[in-house]
Design a protein. Structure first.
Length: 573
């Protein structure tokens, strides 16, 4: 079977072929490999598995299952692990500053392990928010034949006869703070909301990026919505290991698959599912790795013409398990393609086009989760881009499930999320106010933390539709309500959000796509003259390094020049 592969053209020749590589081969013999094994292509199985959170606890098992597929199709698997920072546990304290930076560390660590050991192909397993884009960024950066596998979502919990997720627990904290429930309800919910293995079950960031994996062509069809506890996840892992060898034989690489048209397809799926606003951060970052210009404004233009058709939490009724049972991402793409909202000519890891894959799917009119494009939940997407005098470099809001698309009110400014959360908990926020949380952007945070604790507490207090919240930081995919993130330029760089004062009028129109500060230019000029940059407590280590290198949110908050500056691609060494 090794005759299919000319190892003299593969990266692994540098660690396995020729007399001068005898020391290298001695290490492989030490691990039990035979001469025949060493002659095969080396396939990296990169796992983000760990005991940090249920999102990641099955990933090592799935990565190990993929070994069989690789071996059966002529390859030699080599597993290694990378880190994760789990947002649900990092949320609401300084740990959240580590979240976005972990995306870069994940991509970098996978890159370095593949480069250092000269692997020929890659199957990546991820479960937690930033590990999904981080793994796919590494694939695009290295450009060796690759397949992305999502570990799967958690099954919904049950409480008082209804499905619940971790968001219900975040929101009950606000409900308790308002005196609207006993502490016993908080304890009861926290014990049942997450019943086992898998990532958060709603259309939050993990499931949003899992949908992106299929839509952009890096994942096997209808593989990512399968819940983590299902035994079929093992079969998916084996199939991914087998299929990556087919890609290696045909030399089909991630950049062949992830064209600009494929990124447009992926952005459509984010909007159509009412997905996480983080999708508008991660898609530009992934495109950057492929040398494709694709920023927040490109994403926002696509959102404008994409109907919202998947009734998923937090804006809707259902969770990932329900979407899987309804037919998965390909069922959703079936109706989009039928209505000319997808490019079916894009290549996928099956070796076939997206359109050819979708042709294998039969539309199910009886399922309740995915609407036909001709009768959408709303005619435009569940996520909207904004721009205006408060955000010249853009901002983003999830409107899925919202009844109110315009908001005007006086600003209430906080320079840390902790101060804003304390004001919410003490019921110090008034109806009609626009809460501003700033100095929490990519540089200012540092790390652009998410604000789920604050937004969920507002909902628990019954104020979710009565106030707006804007920030140069991020929102969890689980956030709902009038919450605008990614405001740029960020406060740390002297953006307009740094100049807002309590009482200033802010106008937001998610229908028109605008966000404006109603303050005269001469007043803003006077404030700008007095503004001074701020320092933070992170003056060494990983967060300092991230803050020094990170770019603006509208370009994906990336930390290196990307493929446009390459003089060579790893896959061609």
């Amino acid at each position: 079977m090794t005759d299919r592969f000319d190892k003299s053209r593969l990266p692994s020749r540098h660690v396995s072929v020729g007399p001068e590589r005898a020391p290298h081969r001695s290490y492989y013999y030490a691990m039990g490999l035979t001469e025949e094994d060493i002659a095969k292509p080396f396939v990296a199985l990169a796992s983000a598995g760990n005991d940090s959170a249920p999102c990641n606890t099955t990933l090592d098992y799935q990565a190990d299952a993929a070994r069989k597929g690789v071996i059966d199709n002529g390859g030699m698997p080599r597993r290694f692990n990378t880190i994760t920072v789990t947002d649900g546990i990092a949320m609401g304290h300084d740990g959240m500053k580590s979240s976005l930076a972990s995306r870069e560390v994940i991509a970098d660590s996978v890159e370095l392990s593949v480069r250092g050991h000269c692997y020929d192909a890659l199957v990546g397993f991820a479960g937690c928010d930033k590990s999904l884009p981080g793994m796919m960024m590494a694939m695009l950066r290295l450009n060796i034949p690759s397949i992305f596998v999502y570990g799967g979502s958690i099954l919904p919990g049950r409480y008082e006869g209804r499905d619940v997720t971790v968001v219900d627990v975040f929101e009950v904290v606000g409900k308790f703070a308002a005196g609207n429930c006993p502490i016993s309800e908080v304890h009861a919910l926290e014990k049942v909301a997450c019943p086992g293995h898998g990532a958060c079950g709603g259309q939050y960031t993990a499931n949003t990026m899992a949908c992106v994996g299929e839509a952009i062509g890096l994942s096997l069809p209808n593989s990512n919505m399968v819940p983590a506890p299902y035994t079929s996840r093992e079969q998916i892992a084996v199939a991914a290991g087998w299929q990556v060898m087919e890609l290696l034989e045909k030399n089909i690489r991630p950049r062949d698959i992830c064209t600009r048209e494929a990124f447009i397809n992926a952005a459509r799926i984010v909007a159509a599912t009412g997905g996480s606003t983080n999708g508008a951060l991660h898609l530009p970052a992934m495109a950057h790795e492929a040398g494709i210009e694709f920023d927040l404004f490109d994403v926002a233009e696509i959102f404008k013409t994409t109907p919202y058709i998947a009734d998923l939490k937090p804006g809707g009724k259902y969770v990932a398990k329900d979407m899987y049972e309804a037919g998965g991402v390909y069922m959703l793409m079936k109706t989009l393609l039928a209505n000319d909202l997808l490019d079916g000519n894009c290549l996928t890891v099956t070796g076939k086009t997206l359109g050819e894959n979708i042709d294998q799917v039969t539309w199910n009119p009886d399922q309740k989760v995915i609407y036909d494009v001709k009768s959408p939940i709303t005619p435009t997407g569940g996520v909207v881009g904004l721009r205006g005098s408060l955000a010249p470099n853009g901002a983003i809001v999830k409107v899925a499930g919202m009844h109110r698309l315009q908001f005007e009110g006086p600003a209430r400014c906080f320079d840390t999320e902790e101060d804003a959360f304390a004001a919410v908990e003490s019921r110090g926020i008034n109806d009609g106010e626009v809460v501003v949380i700033r100095y929490v952007g990519p540089k200012g945070g540092p790390g652009m933390p998410e604000m789920l604790s604050t937004t969920a507490a507002l909902y628990g207090l019954g104020m979710g539709e009565k106030v707006a919240l804007i920030t140069d930081g991020r929102f969890s995919g689980a956030t709902r309500g009038f919450c605008i993130g990614h405001v740029g330029p960020e406060a740390a760089e002297g953006g307009p959000i740094a100049l807002v004062e309590d009482g200033d009028t802010i106008r937001i129109d998610a229908e028109a796509g605008t966000i404006d500060l109603d303050v005269a230019d001469d007043v803003l000029a006077e404030r700008r003259a007095k503004w001074q940059p701020r320092t933070n407590n992170y003056q060494s280590g990983a967060l300092w390094r991230f803050a020094q290198n990170v770019g603006p949110a509208y370009q994906g908050a990336v930390t290196h020049p990307g493929a446009k500056s390459e003089t060579h691609v790893y896959a061609d060494i």
